[in-house]
Design a binder for this molecule. Sequence first.
Ligand SMILES: Cc1cc2nc3c(=O)[nH]c(=O)nc-3n(C[C@H](O)[C@H](O)[C@H](O)COP(=O)(O)O)c2cc1C
Length: 303
Amino acid sequence: MNTSVRIAPGLVLKNPVLSASGTFAYGEEFSRLFDLGLLGGIVTKGLSLNPKEGNPLPRVYETPCGLINAIGLENIGADAFISGKLPELRSFGTPVIVNFFGSSEEDYALLASRLDVNGIAAIEMNVSCPNVKQGGLEFGRDPEVLFRLTGAVRARTGKPLIVKLTPMVSDIGAMAQAARAGGADAITCANTIPAMAIDEHTWRPVLGNVTGGLSGPAIKPVALKLVWEVSKKVDIPIIASGGACTWNDCVQFLLAGASAVEIGSASLRDPLCFTDIITGIEHYLESRGLDSVTDLIGKLETP
Ligand SMILES: Cc1cc2nc3c(=O)[nH]c(=O)nc-3n(C[C@H](O)[C@H](O)[C@H](O)COP(=O)(O)O)c2cc1C
């Protein structure tokens, strides 16, 4: 049985299951629990040009079926990652996909060129960040801005470029088309949904940053619909992100049009869920008499 999937030119994963950015850090903690070589791909915590401190505590809050986080993109910076974390991470033989972000087009482009090194299989561009030079509106909310940003980054890297969209748009298909036109090789769909929590006893917000991003099972049906919408608008591979916890969720995302699925919040609750999910997908293919996981991609039968 063939579980491999192609998510960009020259980038084939041995199975469609990846870690998600920010819930896997740089892989060190998880590598003590299971063989990271089993994963289809590893997506790192989002990197910036320089180290970033992040938001005041508390930074996470669990909801009945999800998680609100306001980490504030804390990270060690690109150079420290390349010298201190990448050598071990690449030793597992699983493609390492580096998530990155900036606060201006120049920032993103410069960082993309810094990340154009051996051992990084692809870069995933987080566009849910404020464009400081244009009044703070997120890059991923305006198709023109996203097209330009993607083009500027494309020009500075030879790596496969994955653009990770924000769900906070009225037409996600148009955003995917803009990224595609700018030179994206694949789309990750999608990031967290803005949310907040309030403590009725103190009358204060729970999170130090007041608001954060909702992830986990609560957002899966939303992500499923977004993936399906994007798959109707672009012909490049889609990587699903949003609430996947089980093999069943992953199969649903594949049917909706995704070529691979990132597992984020679920792995905070159960760090070993990756292996259950990969085995579950294999058993499912076997039970349906399918030879390849690609037989599922985009095969949703709509009325
Ligand atoms: C604690 C935490 C940190 C995150 N950090 C990042 C990040 O640095 N960059 C990014 O693009 N997404 C980040 N995300 C979003 C996840 O990668 C993922 O897109 C989102 O959580 C939805 O997937 P899930 O429901 O499987 O967690 C973060 C999510 C969480 C929960």
